[in-house]
Design a protein around this ligand. Structure first.
Ligand code: DON
Length: 305
């Protein structure tokens, strides 16, 4: 593991300088494009970390996977999937196209429209953003904070998300207050984590919903499987197929440069490098995972898992 990780980081570092930091959220534009870090939590509770693993960054879309877990736990899958589907879109993460052409409900909870609709449902059902944050703090086993600058920046400039939300309101996919829903969504995207936090979240899923340290059941194996399956089919947006072939791990990316990934039964992984590829996924993060998957035989259809 340790040599593989060192080699993977060296391989991923070879791609620093390629890709572009997200600047459609102005406050993200200053992120350190030359940073790359990784952290792996193995089943025995050991963290293996390299590079800029402890750099804090905003979760962005990675939070959508955690919001889905929270929604499933609080409201049950029938209610959640009456609002959002489970199909990949093949479109960019912020596309509005299929809201009009595919029955108005967002196709899955990991595109922006799907996560905004899920947040709308949570609020309609009387839950609050603070409660969601407390749930996350329980998973992370530490207090979490929001990057207020990123939050305000996205709130000020998030007109595309605003239009997705109002479009859904017009179709009753969002039934509560649109601005309150967006505010909670922008806050959620601005939650600060490092790769160690992501590795922990990943290990809980890899461990079929049980806390790897205490054995405490956090979510059912069924819900863990459901979330992991959606991570495989939709977690890397319109490059989910290519990522499945090259890396073969359930994963969820964010435009802050983080990727949450996992190896079933074995490990949770967090990677961070803020320069993105054209699909909005961390370029060096993917390269690092690609190397690690091949070097350690971690693809879900390979090796002796
Ligand atoms: O809503 C947005 O556009 C961002 N807060 C999150 C998008 C994102 O992270 C997409 N990920 N690759």
């Amino acid at each position: 593991m340790d040599q593989g990780l060192t080699d993977a980081l060296a391989y991923g570092s070879g791609y620093l300088g390629q890709g572009k930091v997200a600047d459609y959220i102005p406050a993200l534009a200053g992120a350190p494009a030359d940073h790359l870090g990784i952290c792996v939590l193995t089943r025995d509770g050991e963290f293996h970390c390299r590079g800029h693993w402890d750099q804090m960054f905003t979760m962005q879309s990675i939070s959508k996977a955690l919001l889905l877990i929270y929604a499933l736990l609080e409201l049950g899958h029938e209610k959640v999937f009456s609002r959002v589907g489970v199909e990949p879109t093949g479109d960019s993460f912020n596309s509005i196209v299929k809201l009009e052409t595919k029955g108005h409900h967002p196709l899955n909870p990991f595109i922006n429209a799907g996560a905004i609709a899920t947040m709308g449902l949570i609020l309609e059902e009387g839950r609050t953003f603070v409660q969601f944050m407390e749930f996350l703090e329980g998973l992370a086993r530490r207090p979490l904070t929001i990057d207020e600058t990123v939050y305000r920046s996205e709130k000020e400039t998030g007109d595309l998300n605003r239009s997705l939300a109002y479009f859904m309101k017009s179709d009753q996919v969002i039934q509560g207050d649109v601005e309150a829903t967006l505010d909670a969504y922008f806050r959620m995207c601005s939650i600060l984590v490092n790769t160690r936090d992501l590795a922990r979240f990943g290990m809980i899923l890899a461990n079929d919903g049980q806390d790897p340290l205490t054995g405490e059941p956090i979510l059912s194996a069924y819900y863990a499987t459901l979330v992991k399956t959606l991570m495989v089919t939709c977690g890397m947006y319109d490059s989910s197929g290519e990522f499945a072939i090259k890396v073969g791990m359930p994963a969820k990316s964010g435009v802050g440069g983080g990727i949450l990934a996992l190896v079933q039964g074995k490990a949770g992984l967090g990677v961070y490098s803020p320069a993105l590829d054209e699909k909005g996924n961390s370029l060096c993060g993917i390269k690092t995972l690609e190397y690690l998957s091949q070097a350690l035989d971690l693809h879900y259809f390979k090796g002796n898992q």
